[in-house]
Design a protein around this ligand. Structure first.
Ligand code: LLP
Length: 416
């Protein structure tokens, strides 16, 4: 489905007018489509067919509890990286038995809470972390199910900041030394090795790196079998890209199909941790044009959304399409740099965009459902945007706009 389409000259989210949402709730405003989240998760789930599998949505991508709840209701598992994300999943009604816990430095209190909640698996990333999990589990007299995140050293061919499967990256354990760590895990009293994990990067637009990584993981599985360590699942991480502009990422079914062909083994469960491919195109960020500031050199359109609302363009020079919610029939296009009110030259959401603009116009920054709100900050003491979930012809406020009290209320001046 295409959740954001024009109808009678104005863009809608499902059956709700974005122009009206902006007028009613103000801007900047994140708007999500429930149906889009559901459809994308289901596309992953269905692509597995008869293969035992679990699709664990990567919570960091968009962690609003309404999003998690919608996905939990259709059977989703969750990939978390902190206790905070675990608390969100639990409050959203997610099943802890479908939770995998990733991340390079889980704290003892986080490990304890996850063991109490009864999560599916810890994805561990170092010798030291394995030791820590053994210590916490043994103090609680519980067995911790683990997989080891291996670094298969494949080039994901994506932006260096979101490439994670190379030897240079901080993530995972060198795949060549993993057997030794598995042996240590198997010998530990309170650890149960149940899987292998890998995640090679994000926004991948080719299938080959995923298949190469799987090939290396399968070789490791075989070697571990010879060591007498039998595993129950392979966790192949997330990373499937989406179309922001002219990328042509593989279809979900082709991506999963290629993995299953390479795997060719129905006895093993496959876990995946997609985030962006589910959430990315399920959301837009609405923003209003504050002022037009044409100069001799350049045209600036100053908008009310900024790098604190959506940091991807500033941080990764990433391109996100920006369109008028209600395109004008009068006037002509010009080239605009769309810049926010924050005091940084890097504060832009788009550069050199051909648009027909007037002050007050509402724009939609597309593909903002993933790594949008979750990476937002209060820089320049700007309240974070509200979030809306559209469901058919209904719009639900799933996070109200922050107030100045929300921002400042945690602080105190020191007594003289
Ligand atoms: N699993 C693990 C262990 C991860 O680290 C990630 C993302 C995912 C799954 C989900 O990956 P996805 O399917 O979304 O590609 N902030 C960056 C992306 C950072 C990705 C971090 N890890 C961005 O805005 O492009």
């Amino acid at each position: 489905m295409t959740p954001f389409t024009y109808n009678n000259g104005s863009m809608q989210a499902e059956a709700v007018s974005l122009q009206q949402l902006a007028e009613e709730h103000g801007t900047p405003l994140y708007v999500y489509s429930r149906a889009a989240f559901e459809e994308r998760w289901q596309a992953f789930d269905q692509a597995f067919g008869e293969q035992p599998h679990l699709v664990c949505y990567a919570v960091k991508t968009n962690s609003n509890i309404a999003v998690l709840n919608v996905l939990a209701k259709i059977g989703a598992g969750f990939d978390i990286v902190s206790q905070g994300e675990l608390e969100r999943v639990l409050r959203a009604g997610g099943d802890p038995k479908k939770v995998v816990f990733s991340g390079v430095a889980k704290q003892p209190a986080e490990i304890k809470r996850a063991l109490e909640a009864g999560i599916r698996c810890f994805n561990i990333e170092s010798h030291a972390e394995l030791d820590r999990i053994q210590d916490v589990a043994s103090a609680m007299n519980m067995i911790a199910p683990i997989s080891i995140r291996v670094n298969p050293d494949v080039d994901a061919k994506t932006h260096p900041y979101i490439s994670t499967g190379l030897k240079d990256n901080k993530f995972g354990v060198d795949i060549n030394t993993a057997p030794e760590l598995y042996q240590k895990a198997a010998d530990y009293s309170h650890i149960n090795p149940i899987g292998i994990d890998c995640h090679i990067g994000s926004q991948l637009t080719e299938i080959t790196p995923f298949v190469d990584a799987l090939e290396r993981v399968l070789a490791l599985k075989e070697q571990l079998g010879q060591q007498g360590i039998e595993l129950h699942h392979l966790d192949l991480g997330g990373g499937l890209g989406i179309q922001y502009t002219d990328e042509t990422p593989p279809a979900i079914s082709d991506y999963i199909g290629a993995l299953l062909t390479k795997l060719n083994d129905k006895s093993i469960e496959v876990i995946i941790e997609p985030g962006r491919a589910i959430a990315g195109n399920a959301g837009v960020l609405l923003t209003a044009v504050e002022f037009l500031k044409p100069t001799d050199h350049k045209n600036f359109a100053i908008i009310d959304a900024a790098m604190n609302d959506l940091i991807r363009p500033a941080l990764y020079q990433s391109y996100q399409d920006i369109v008028a919610v209600t395109p004008r029939s009068d006037g002509t296009d010009a080239e605009w740099d769309l810049v926010g009110p924050v005091c940084e030259t890097g504060d832009f959401l788009g550069k050199g965009r051909s648009l027909n603009l007037k002050a007050g116009d509402i724009l939609a920054v597309k593909s903002a459902g993933a790594y949008g709100f979750t990476m937002a900050s209060n820089y320049n003491t700007r309240p974070r945007a509200a979030e809306i979930m559209v469901d058919g012809d209904k719009a639900h406020v799933i996070r109200r706009r922050e107030t100045y009290d929300d921002l400042i209320g945690l602080e105190t001046v020191i007594a003289d």
